[in-house]
Design a protein around this ligand. Structure first.
Ligand code: 13P
Length: 256
């Protein structure tokens, strides 16, 4: 059984005070969520305050991005080593907002994955198609290219065991329009099959998360699908109660 995993991506939201409060409120609910792995990814500058608020808690800390280079002269960037030192364990790589707005190409995504794995961070590789790509019937081609960047890497054997993949259809992110459980399951099944062709044992163990307008009201139906092992949550992760309810929905997988 793959351990359900729910990660909150706070994106560029909040204040120092709201980040601390949100982290403490979620951490306080963790005893209800036994058996589910939970993590939050605050903005970089809030990471130290959130780390302090989570001290002693099993709520894990993640980051939304990292630099693809080793520490050095890269103005404005944050190295994997710096994140690790602050207690960060997870890192999102290749989020669609970074791909679309900040030029994170498949090549750069691979370089970031390598840095994350080399430093012992667990990367969450985000993949997903735009609405135009889905409507043109290109969902699988787009996801293939995003996955192949890693699967065809010379060091894929070293990268894959560490990886979690999040399928986040771009048209469902922040739009309120969620993929139906069946639509999401279809792509998750496809992703797992692609991974299985390369590494069958790993593919069976790897956690695949769904992201895109997940809320407390739709989480359980999504997480009831066989290949959806949890969620990567944006807007709904900014409200402790809602995020905790999503964690509880993931917990229902344990009883299934
Ligand atoms: P929303 O849950 O706000 O749609 O965002 C999803 C997401 O991008 C998580 O990384």
């Amino acid at each position: 059984m793959r351990t359900p995993l729910v990660i909150g991506n706070w994106k560029m939201n909040g204040t120092l005070a709201s980040a601390r409060a949100l982290a403490s409120d979620v951490a306080a609910a963790l005893p209800q969520l036994a058996g589910v792995e939970m993590a939050v990814c605050p903005p970089f500058v809030h990471v130290p305050a959130v780390a302090a608020a989570l001290s002693g808690s099993a709520l894990a800390l993640g980051a939304q991005n990292l630099c693809e280079f080793e520490p050095g002269a890269y103005t404005g960037e944050v190295a994997a080593e710096m994140l690790l030192e602050l207690g960060v364990r997870w890192v999102l790589v290749g989020h669609s907002e970074r791909r679309a707005l900040f030029g994170d190409s498949n090549e750069r995504v691979l370089a970031k994955l390598r840095r994350a794995v080399a430093c012992g961070l667990t990367p969450v590789l985000c993949v997903g198609e735009t609405l135009a790509e889905r409507q043109a019937g290109h969902t699988e081609t787009v996801v293939d290219a995003q996955l192949d960047a890693v699967l065809n890497a010379s060091d894929a054997e070293a990268l894959l065991p560490a990886l979690v993949v999040a399928y986040e259809p771009v048209w469902a992110i922040g739009t309120g329009e969620t993929a139906s459980p069946e639509q999401a399951q279809d792509v998750h099944r496809y992703i797992r099959a692609r991974l299985a062709a390369r590494a069958p044992t790993l593919a069976a163990q790897m956690r695949l998360l769904y992201g895109g307008s997940v809320k407390a009201s739709n989480a359980q139906a999504l997480f009831a699908m066989p290949d959806i092992d949890g969620g990567l949550i944006g807007g709904a992760a900014l409200k402790a109660e809602e995020f905790i309810a999503i964690g509880l929905a993931a917990r229902a997988r344990l009883a299934a």
